[in-house]
Ligand binder design. Structure first.
Ligand SMILES: Cc1ncc(COP(=O)(O)O)c(C=O)c1O
Length: 432
């Protein structure tokens, strides 16, 4: 089976991979425990008063009252899109396209890592932020801490959205920011970063080159912190917080996975940190509530030209396999997913828990982009549609995992970006 699947991958034909088995009971890596995810959530909430003042919303104000300054997004049904796609089951959208601050899933991990760094530097320099008598995280808006942080650099390699999240947050706190951008990154993302005073370094090659070069440069300077999309524990924990919080939203919407109503979560996947963190956090949070995670089915969604996580999983080789080995060039309109090699951290943390991975053609992403606009009035960037393609992909491949094609199942597509796309660029997507 794997041989046929890999032949399809080579040909750029949409394909679905499912694992021979899952091991939901396997304990998480000690450094990625539930307590670590809760600690990350608590840190983000400590920064909420600062964030609410540093940016003017729109802040999420949904079920269970996520407070102002907490970066989160609503969960909404998309029945008109479901009907247009002819699906027999519910279809929901997790609106990370509308996340405050940087309008994509990368706001979660990226902003978290920069905030964690800022807190660490401040505490090491004697800031008494933990002492309510003497200050709180609103102090980060003041000149004292900004001056301190301006002596440090935050660097990152990115296909665009991670760089945007890191650049916006780093500059807002006063850090110097150096963003190494791959060839796929959209011009408007680079322009926006330059407008914020970040330094943008452009590469002709792919994302892996941008990361490797940025990482090597940062190693030479002890006052430069490199946010490593392929290996960072902090990024991963920041994303995992989304899984933790999603459980509250699932409960409020009566979508918690059960034998009667299996839940399928479709996650656009680049290097894997964002979606992997969410898979990880969601599993831990459901288990914390005593719920059976075997009724949760998380899928990685990738472009046909850049299926790095599908290859990592299907070959069992993790980050030791590159899409180029399969004759693919990684070129896709889904710029956020244009990654040739998966994160070892994300692969190893989730390989025993995911339902599978599938690939989607660019033409289908663009068709879905237009249909979502026409049916629901929602405008996403191309990468963010990969998960919306999932239910149809599972139907067409005849997949029965978790009753995927049954009216009893529920499907949730993670909309990973879109609200910051300039209107003119969105018009070109919509016109085709
Ligand atoms: C819009 C969008 N969706 C999904 C992803 C995938 O996230 P990851 O690379 O962490 O897998 C990205 C990454 O940049 C993105 O920009």
């Amino acid at each position: 089976m794997t041989r046929d699947l890999l032949a399809d991958v080579r040909l750029g034909v949409p394909t679905v991979w499912t694992p021979p088995s899952r091991d939901d009971a396997a304990p998480p890596a000690p450094s990625l425990a539930l307590a670590d995810v809760h600690a990350a959530d608590a840190r983000l909430r400590r920064f909420a008063p600062f964030l609410a003042g540093a940016f003017d919303g729109p802040w999420y104000d949904g079920p269970r009252g996520v407070e102002e300054g907490v970066i989160d997004s609503p969960l909404t049904p998309i029945p008109a899109m479901r009907d247009a796609l002819g699906l027999p089951h519910d279809l929901w959208l997790k609106r990370d396209d509308a996340l405050p601050v940087s309008g994509s899933i990368k706001a979660r991990g990226g902003i978290y890592e920069v905030l964690a760094l800022a807190e660490r530097i401040a505490l090491e320099s004697g800031w008494a932020g933990g002492d309510p008598e003497r200050g709180d995280h609103r102090d980060f808006a003041g000149s004292e801490l900004r001056d301190l942080l301006s002596g440090y650099t935050v660097a990152v390699g990115s296909t665009g959205n991670l760089g945007l999240s890191i650049g916006v947050m780093a500059r807002t706190l006063g850090f110097r920011a150096v963003i190494h951008m791959s060839a796929d990154a959209r011009a408007w993302k680079k322009d926006m970063l330059r407008g914020l005073g970040a330094e943008v370094v452009e590469y002709g090659g792919d994302y892996g080159l941008a990361v490797a070069t940025g990482r090597a440069q940062a190693e030479k300077d002890p006052r430069t912190h490199f946010v490593d999309d392929e290996t960072s524990r902090e990024l991963f924990l920041g994303y995992a917080v989304a899984g933790l919080r999603l459980v509250d939203q699932l409960e409020a919407a009566d979508l918690l996975p059960s034998a009667a109503h299996p839940l399928h979560v479709h996650l656009p996947c680049g290097v894997g940190g964002g979606p992997g963190g969410i898979v990880h956090g969601l599993h831990l949070a459901l288990r914390e509530r005593g719920l059976d995670t075997t009724h949760l089915h998380c899928w990685y969604a990738e472009p046909v030209q850049a299926p790095c996580m599908l290859l990592a999983l299907a070959t069992g080789r993790g980050d030791d396999v590159d899409v180029q080995e399969f004759g693919l060039d990684g070129a896709t309109l889904a710029d956020g997913l244009a990654v040739g090699r998966a994160s070892r951290l994300a692969w190893s943390a989730t390989k025993n828990r995911v339902a599978g991975a599938y690939t989607v053609r660019d033409a289908d992403l663009m068709d879905l982009l237009r249909r979502l606009d026409a049916t629901e009035g929602l405008r996403l960037e191309p990468s963010a549609l990969a998960g919306v393609a999932g239910p149809t992909a599972l139907h067409e491949a005849g997949i029965d995992v978790g009753d995927a094609r049954s009216p009893r199942s529920r499907h949730l597509a993670w909309a990973t970006g879109g609200s910051l796309v300039p209107a003119a660029e969105m018009e070109t997507y919509l016109r085709g």
